[in-house]
Design a protein around this ligand. Structure first.
Ligand SMILES: NC(=O)c1ccc[n+]([C@@H]2O[C@H](COP(=O)([O-])OP(=O)(O)OC[C@H]3O[C@@H](n4cnc5c(N)ncnc54)[C@H](O)[C@@H]3O)[C@@H](O)[C@H]2O)c1
Ligand SMILES: O=C(O)C(=O)C[C@@H](O)[C@H](O)[C@H](O)COP(=O)(O)O
Ligand SMILES: [Zn+2]
Length: 345
């Protein structure tokens, strides 16, 4: 998998070479309104003749309705199975564009050009594509690998600090599930914004290694979902209220804290490791306000988690910093207790 992921300052030339050599019959480039203004101009001189497809930005756009717009544009240009969709944007563009490509005419080629930290370290790698359904995260989707991923760290220069922090949550997740030494090194530093290339390379390596082992999430890949059982429930719940909406990584930071707490309650993780995780996460992320009367509704959303079997909520927990264990059953009551604990911090 790593052989198809290119990272560095010369990836635009590599993308140009790739698109030229593969001789696709049509090239469509998918952007959102922000990446159209901030990223596409940096890429445009390197792109052969193409059609630009623009959508609005934000998680609210990650729906089937937006896909219909993309599919219509692909239909209008008569895209075929020899065409390629180049997704230039964050995780929303990558997930939605990958899904659109994956099902259009039963699958056309696509390439990921991730432009947010989150998409560069996580979303562009591993072939999970999809859209939300009635607010439920990634409820419709397919596993479909991109032909290539081109990661250009320079795109991060225009990203807001809030978005950088959101992406950083998935980097922290990779450390918590698989890289104890990196967690130890970084936890004193907080948010490091000097040399992203090394951090991106390391994070991509963790993700690619896990995905190569279990591409379809039958087992080991579930460790990449640490923080997401409760994090997705919180994200979905707050997405319905525009003024309280969280970014994906912000919700996953809440989820990682709650699921680390449950790891201690179940005798898997030590209190001292939990304290380290709490201190690190609160040095980067502000506390999210959720009222006690909301806990039950948030917890119930976890009944839709994709790792579940029947009505059992299977969570990924930590046995130590750097070691995750998957398929750990948790109850609705435990999720509520974890949210209460989070509130108490
Ligand atoms: N497929 C996976 O494995 C995977 C992994 C993690 C997250 N995700 C999904 O990714 C999504 C979140 O991705 P995201 O955080 O990139 O969100 P996003 O795609 O909404 O991008 C965040 C914001 O940054 C803007 N933006 C993008 N690049 C920019 C740049 N270089 N400069 C300035 N602004 C820029 C976007 O327009 C958007 O407003 C969620 O839907 C999440 O579920 C998927
Ligand atoms: O790649 C994976 O596997 C992940 O779980 C990575 C997550 O960070 C990502 O948010 C993913 O989209 C979540 O997948 P889902 O199956 O819980 O929707
Ligand atoms: Zn995630």
């Amino acid at each position: 998998m790593l052989e198809n992921i290119h990272i560095g300052l010369d990836v635009r030339e590599q993308l140009q070479e790739f698109l030229k050599n593969r001789a696709f019959d049509k090239i469509a480039v998918l952007v959102d309104e922000n990446t159209a203004a901030l990223c596409y101009p940096l890429l445009r001189p390197y792109l052969p003749e193409h059609t630009l497809i623009t959508i609005k930005s934000g998680e609210e756009q990650k729906t089937l309705a937006t896909c219909e717009h993309v599919w219509q544009q692909l239909t209008d240009i008569q895209a075929s199975r020899w065409s390629v969709l180049v997704n230039v944007g964050g995780g929303v563009i990558g997930d939605l564009g990958g899904f659109c490509a994956g099902v259009f005419k039963r699958g056309i080629y696509f390439v990921q050009v991730p432009t947010t930290l989150l998409a560069q370290v996580d979303a562009s790698v591993g072939g999970k594509t999809g859209v939300d359904f009635n607010g439920l995260k990634n409820h419709l989707g397919v596993f479909q690998e991109p032909l290539k991923v081109f990661i250009y760290p320079e795109f991060l220069k225009t990203l807001s600090e809030r978005e950088v922090k959101s992406g950083y949550a998935e980097i922290i997740k990779h450390w918590l599930i698989a890289e104890a030494a990196s967690f130890e090194e970084q936890r004193y530093i907080g948010l490091m914004t000097e040399d992203w290339t090394k951090l991106i390379e390391d994070s991509v390596a963790v993700k690619a290694r896990v995905v190569a082992n279990d591409p379809r999430e039958n087992g080991l890949r579930k460790i990449l979902n640490f923080g997401h059982t409760i994090g997705h429930a919180v994200e979905t719940y707050l997405l319905a209220q525009p003024q309280r909406k969280l970014l994906h990584g912000e919700a996953i930071a809440v989820g990682m804290l709650c699921e680390s707490y449950l790891s201690v309650r179940k005798g898997l993780l030590t209190q001292s490791d939990l304290s380290k995780i709490e201190t690190f996460l609160f040095s980067v992320y502000e506390k999210v306000n959720m009222a006690a009367r909301e806990y039950a509704a948030i917890a119930r959303l976890a009944l839709q988690d994709k790792k579940n079997t029947g009505s059992t909520i299977n969570c990924t927990l930590l046995a130590a910093i750097g070691e995750a264990v998957y398929d750990q059953p948790i109850t609705l009551a435990e999720i509520e207790v974890a949210l209460k604990y989070y509130h108490s911090l």
